[in-house]
Design a binder for this molecule. Structure first.
Ligand SMILES: NC(=O)C1=CN([C@@H]2O[C@H](COP(=O)(O)OP(=O)(O)OC[C@H]3O[C@@H](n4cnc5c(N)ncnc54)[C@H](OP(=O)(O)O)[C@@H]3O)[C@@H](O)[C@H]2O)C=CC1
Ligand SMILES: O=CCCC(=O)O
Length: 293
């Protein structure tokens, strides 16, 4: 199967490499074109523009930072819309809001193309290992066509119905994740300040009802103040913002998420946006925790 791939950041690079490893023919594009070199070395063809990739491939996947990037790659000059049309499918796996997805869907459909939104749960390592959870919605026939690719990229795909449902599900999941990260960080600080070993707290948590892969994976590096980015903090804050906006639209009170968002915003203002989202711990430490936890 031949696919185009737009966006070779942390996730896109791992996903495109995974498709190549599994025998897919992949044509890649990235705004900073030099980032295509590594994929070319693995066997990818390089497209000069999003339009060139769509012209070449029946199916094109995108994995871009945020709504503004997702819209730009579709609507700007040399964008997806210039070449999408009958018999071609566009699959946006970026985390965006439902309004962005709907706008792209409408434009692609007007050109007689097909569109699926398919944001993912899971970070850099699951992307490398093909263990993502895919939250798809939109054109059912295109979804069916993409199953061979989704089976390589993920351990499970959900088809959630009409466009927007994938985006909303993803935002709900990440809102919970961002709020949980804040509670976790506060707990590490509280343990430390009250004379307990934060490391022992990690061991205790891991054996109880709230044990989860995030605590297990991020806890030890948070205790060391090490935040090598798997999921950049700036993207987590974007997701909190979009989730809070979804809460506004639906009159859902979200005081916990709102407080967590403030901590992520503070972290961004301190220049931590490109670090892993667990770097919010630096903010919470500064707000009353010790310098150690
Ligand atoms: N990292 C993670 O753990 C996860 C991330 N996600 C979501 O996946 C998406 C990608 O994340 P990730 O790979 O981590 O992000 P990165 O920041 O590593 O990569 C972002 C990508 O978007 C491109 N981009 C940014 N702005 C524009 C623009 N205006 N026009 C064209 N391209 C643009 C970047 O190009 P350039 O190289 O030129 O800057 C790069 O390819 C995000 O929506 C994120 O929320 C979802 C699940 C997990
Ligand atoms: O959007 C990023 C999600 C990261 C994860 O699910 O581990």
């Amino acid at each position: 199967m031949e696919v185009g791939f737009l966006g070779l950041g942390i996730m896109g690079k791992a996903m495109a490499a995974n498709l190549l490893r599994h025998g897919f023919r992949v044509t890649v594009w990235n705004r900073t074109l030099s980032k295509c070199d590594e994929l070319a070395a693995l066997g990818a063809t390089v497209g000069e523009t999003p339009a060139a990739v769509v012209a070449k491939c029946k199916y094109t996947i995108a994995m871009l930072s945020d709504p503004s990037a997702a819209l730009s790659v579709v609507f700007d000059k040399d964008g997806v819309l210039e070449q999408i049309g009958e018999g071609k499918g566009y699959v946006d796996m970026s985390t965006v809001d439902a309004a962005t997805s709907c706008k792209i869907s409408e434009a692609v459909k007007q050109k007689a193309g097909a569109f699926v939104e398919a944001p993912v749960s899971g970070s850099k390592k699951p992307a490398e290992d093909g263990q993502l959870v895919i939250l798809a919605a939109g054109d059912k026939a295109l979804y069916g066509d993409m199953v061979p690719a989704f089976d390589v990229l993920g351990k499970k795909s959900f088809f959630l119905g009409e466009i927007g449902n994938g985006a909303k599900m993803k935002l709900v999941v990440n809102m919970i994740m961002g709020s949980t990260m804040n509670a976790f960080s506060e707990g590490l600080c509280l343990a430390d300040k009250s004379g307990l070993s934060p490391q022992t707290l990690l061991d205790v948590l891991d054996l109880g009802a709230v044990a989860n892969p995030m605590f297990k994976m991020k806890g030890p590096s948070m205790l060391q103040g090490s935040y090598n980015p798997a999921f950049p903090l700036k993207h987590q804050q974007k997701d909190m913002r979009l989730a809070l906006s979804l809460g506004d639209e639906n009159a859902v009170a979200m005081p916990v998420a709102a407080a967590a968002n403030e901590a992520f915003k503070k972290a961004r203002s301190l220049g931590l946006g490109d670090l892993d989202f667990s770097a919010v711990h630096e903010v919470l430490k500064g707000a009353g925790g010790s310098g150690q936890a």
